[in-house]
Design a protein around this ligand. Structure first.
Ligand code: SAH
Ligand code: SF4
Length: 355
């Protein structure tokens, strides 16, 4: 298989082609003009276009399916070049802006939730992605192309600001080298120009890899999928917790370079009668003492045959109220796209059953 242009940082691409300054022009075609073929790259000499087309592929994925939610969320199912499938979600939040004349306008604020692997090795008991096992890592290009394909599909202007969350299928820190290239490619000011400050890596808590990501000093944010406050329950939910327990994760978070104005996000999947009690909230407050943290409460989203149940709205609200009353920042994640198989992995699973 030919390499894809999307796999390379601008520096790496410049090192591969002569003359190297053309890398900048290619980047502009890929990430600003959403070119679909090398032939469109009109400012490259024809012989160079022909040589490049022989050597490189463009998009490493294609849209197989879209699901639209009434709240504006769109979930994509992509096929990769080897026909493996992944999911990506475009989230739109309405943002009100008031200009200097006092005129109010509504703007969509975009966030793309990208996948980093086909399947996942971590094997969480509540997660559909885990059920299919691990298939393979995505390349940097396959991560980046999810965003380019979605921007093109929705006619999102290149200069529109957009956030990236690495919260789709897979464990990003299990694919650290592709992840770190993707962070760099996304951030390139001559490409998509998505600053690392607008990128959040969500991890199930591989402490040593949290350290490794911190050492790369990319400037990205991290979100920790904590989900439980004691090791016994966390190990039931995330078997890997046996090797990387809660204390080791909290230590790694304390060492992670964090922008002084930002907070580490702790995701807490609320599961009925498992971790939705006030005693757990109390332990969470203790656990996060002294950390600039923000807790994001997520409703467990049941699927056919899932071993757990969705918590009541009252219990999640009471949990959030307790955290807030005890000085923690806490939000309840809106169930975006709940009508379209919300949690990642659910659309892919549905497709595989019907294939
Ligand atoms: N592997 C990384 C990032 C991807 S998981 C991690 O675990 O952090 C994507 C997100 O989906 C996680 O926050 C996870 O908690 C959530 N998720 C998985 N299954 C879910 C379900 N059934 N209901 C609600 N959220 C779920
Ligand atoms: Fe993997 Fe995250 Fe799903 Fe756990 S929740 S199996 S780490 S994708």
């Amino acid at each position: 298989m030919k390499p894809s242009f999307f796999d390379y940082t601008k520096e790496a691409l410049a090192a591969r082609i002569t003359p190297s300054f053309r890398a900048k022009q290619i980047y502009n075609w890929l990430y600003v003009r959403y070119a679909q073929s090398v032939d469109e790259m009109a400012n490259l000499p024809k012989p160079m276009r022909e040589a490049l087309a022989n050597e490189y592929d463009m998009m490493p994925l294609r849209i197989l399916k879209r699901e639209y939610s009434s709240d504006g969320t769109i979930k994509y199912l992509f096929a990769l070049r080897d026909d493996k499938t992944i999911e990506t979600v475009l989230l739109r939040m309405k943002e009100e802006q008031i200009d200097c004349n006092g005129t109010r306008t509504q703007h969509a604020k975009y966030t793309v939730c990208v996948s980093t692997q086909v399947g996942c090795k971590v094997g969480c008991s509540f997660c559909l992605t885990a059920k299919g096992g691990f298939v393979r890592d995505l390349s940097a290009g396959e991560i980046v192309a999810q965003v380019v394909a979605i921007k093109k599909d929705n006619d999102i202007a290149p200069e529109r600001r957009l956030n990236i969350v690495y919260m789709g299928m897979g464990e990003p820190l299990d694919n650290l080298s592709a992840l770190s290239d993707a962070i760099t490619i996304f951030a390139d000011p001559e490409g998509l120009a998505i600053s690392p400050k607008r990128q959040t890596v969500s991890t199930s808590g591989l402490s040593t890899k949290i350290d490794a990501l911190g050492k790369l000093d990319t400037g990205v944010h991290i979100a920790i999928s904590l989900h439980a406050v004691d090791d016994a329950l966390r190990t039931e939910l995330i078997p890997m917790n046996k090797a990387y327990n809660i204390a080791s994760i909290i230590d790694a978070v304390r060492r992670f370079p964090i922008d002084a104005r930002k907070r580490v996000m702790f995701e807490y999947l609320v599961i009925k009668d498992k971790n939705d009690d006030i005693a757990s909230a109390k332990k969470l407050v203790k656990l996060l003492a002294g950390i600039k943290a923000k807790v994001n409460l997520i409703f467990f989203n049941p699927y056919e045959g899932s071993p757990y149940e969705r918590p009541s709205v009252e219990s999640v609200k009471a949990f959030a109220d307790y955290l807030i009353a005890h000085g923690l920042l806490a939000t309840i994640r809106e169930s975006k796209g709940i009508d379209i198989s919300a949690a990642c992995g659910q659309l892919r699973e549905k497709e595989m059953q019907t294939l």
